[in-house]
Design a protein around this ligand. Structure first.
Ligand code: ADE
Length: 230
């Protein structure tokens, strides 16, 4: 799977993609991350990429030409038909595990990172297929949200996680949050590991874990728990 990132701050991506599981996924050629600096595509002699909003108001708006030309460059170079183009914005649909799973099936995903007051609406009308938010708060730009999307999608692609990093049992599976984990030592600061986990009885262990998942989900996320009961 290829992620194409349109941004004014390409450097942000290099560090994250060069560590840990993301780095390994790139090295194994399971994912490819192509970063494009929107400024490089500006026709303006000063490489300007933003302008004042028509109608007045605070802040600047990213102009359509450099973004559109970046997009054209990507789809022409890689011969992509009907690409999924995701604009990261607090106005979008709130990201979740179902969206990540759906997107993990694409060959190419183009991510558009906004800055300032956002992008000219005509870019959204012309090229954007999905507007995605990572939560009900406002960040300074779409770069961290884009990384969050890439991470959440990549780890669902076969081969990215090893057997023991598997996502088969984790939060949001069947709309339940994950049960608590314990490792050595058996006692730490006078707190002991629950007996059942040391019992070797896997039926009891599975039941305890399921019950804990239900308890935690009910307590913390009644909205999720309602869905889990359906
Ligand atoms: N850009 C700024 N804030 C954002 C958010 N919460 N989600 C996605 N993109 C954003």
């Amino acid at each position: 799977m290829r992620f194409h990132i349109m941004t004014l701050f390409p450097e942000i991506f290099h560090s994250y993609m060069n560590e840990s599981i993301m780095k390994r996924a790139v090295e194994k050629n399971i994912i490819e991350v192509c970063v494009y600096n929107i400024r490089d595509f500006s026709n303006n002699k000063h490489k300007k990429v933003d302008d004042y909003p028509f109608g007045g108001g605070a802040g600047m708006v990213m102009t359509p030409q450099p973004i559109y030309d970046t997009y054209k460059h990507i789809v022409d170079k890689y011969n992509i038909n009907n690409p999924r183009v995701i604009y990261l914005t607090p106005k979008g649909k709130v990201h979740n595990q179902t969206i990540a799973t759906d997107m993990s099936k694409e060959d190419d995903v183009i991510l558009l990172c906004g800055h300032y007051e956002g992008v000219d609406q005509r870019i959204i009308d012309l090229i954007v297929t999905d507007e995605i938010s990572i939560g009900d708060y406002v960040l300074t730009g779409g770069e961290l949200p884009a990384l969050i999307l890439i991470d959440s999608i990549s780890r669902l692609i076969p081969g990215v996680l090893s057997q023991n990093e598997s996502f088969e049992e984790e939060s949001f599976k069947d709309n339940l949050l994950e049960y608590p984990h314990y490792t050595r030592p058996r006692e730490f600061m006078e707190l002991e590991v629950p007996d059942v986990l040391l019992s070797g009885n896997h039926k009891n262990i599975d039941k305890w874990r399921h019950d804990e998942s239900v308890r935690i989900t009910k307590e913390r996320r009644p909205d999720l728990y309602k869905k889990a009961c359906k």
